[in-house]
Write a protein that binds this ligand. Structure first.
Ligand SMILES: O=C(O)c1ccccc1NCC(=O)[C@H](O)[C@H](O)COP(=O)(O)O
Length: 204
């Protein structure tokens, strides 16, 4: 079984930054311009998180139906990758020089009709509601055409189910947020990150 890279999403605190760096996740996701998310960051915090994450990890700006102005700000803040849920207009695509993770909420309102663009480097298959901790039916998406791009498996992953997700979907990257959160919902939980990372990277 190929061992995928790891993306830990929904960072909001400096402690979260220390944890993703300590456990050497390859990608860190920061939600912004998304008022309805409890993990939404102000621009000021999104900027601070990017600066603290540094260059050892790929910094992913996660947003929903962003505007041209927003994607330009994201680039200016030092993010490496733009992850887009919801709508992705051609004008927005052309306004960024960042590589794009195009996200689809499977089973939700999104039609999973992958757009074709050289700027898109990965497709994210996520649960029906982003960041809800709910998975989608993996078997229904086994034959998803990734068009030579990376596949990111997201939505409801835990230390208990991630091996099965890797076996079924053979993703290049696994993406987790809710499971690795503290019970209070404030920031990430070190024990859960350690468990998740160990499960993904164990042999066999
Ligand atoms: O996390 C959010 O609140 C969020 C809000 C708006 C757009 C995207 C959002 N999350 C993006 C993600 O990358 C995935 O949904 C997430 O990592 C998987 O979440 P979970 O099921 O909680 O593990």
């Amino acid at each position: 079984m190929k061992i995928p890279e790891i993306k830990i999403c929904g960072l909001t605190t400096m402690k979260d930054v220390r944890l993703v760096l300590k456990y050497k996740a390859e990608y860190a996701g920061v939600v912004m311009f998304c008022e309805k998310s409890r993990r939404n960051n102000t621009m000021e915090n999104a900027w601070k998180l990017a600066a603290s994450l540094g260059s050892q990890i790929q910094k992913v700006a996660v947003c929903e139906s962003p505007t041209r102005e927003q994607v330009q700000m994201i680039e200016h803040m030092g993010y490496d990758i733009l992850q887009v849920h919801g709508e992705l207009g051609r004008d927005v695509l052309s306004a960024t020089s960042l590589p794009v993770f195009r996200a689809y909420n499977v089973g939700g309102s999104d039609e999973v009709q992958p757009e074709r663009s050289d700027k898109i480097i990965a497709y994210v298959l996520d649960g029906a509601v982003a960041g809800s901790g709910e998975k989608f039916e993996w078997n229904d998406m086994k034959s998803f055409d990734r068009d030579g791009k990376k596949l990111v498996l997201a939505g409801g992953l835990t230390a208990d189910n991630v091996r099965e997700g890797i076996r079924v979907m053979a993703p290049d990257i696994v993406d987790v947020s809710s499971y690795v959160e503290r019970k209070s919902g404030e920031g990430k939980d070190e024990d859960k990150i350690r468990k998740f990372v160990e499960r993904v990277r164990e042999n066999g």
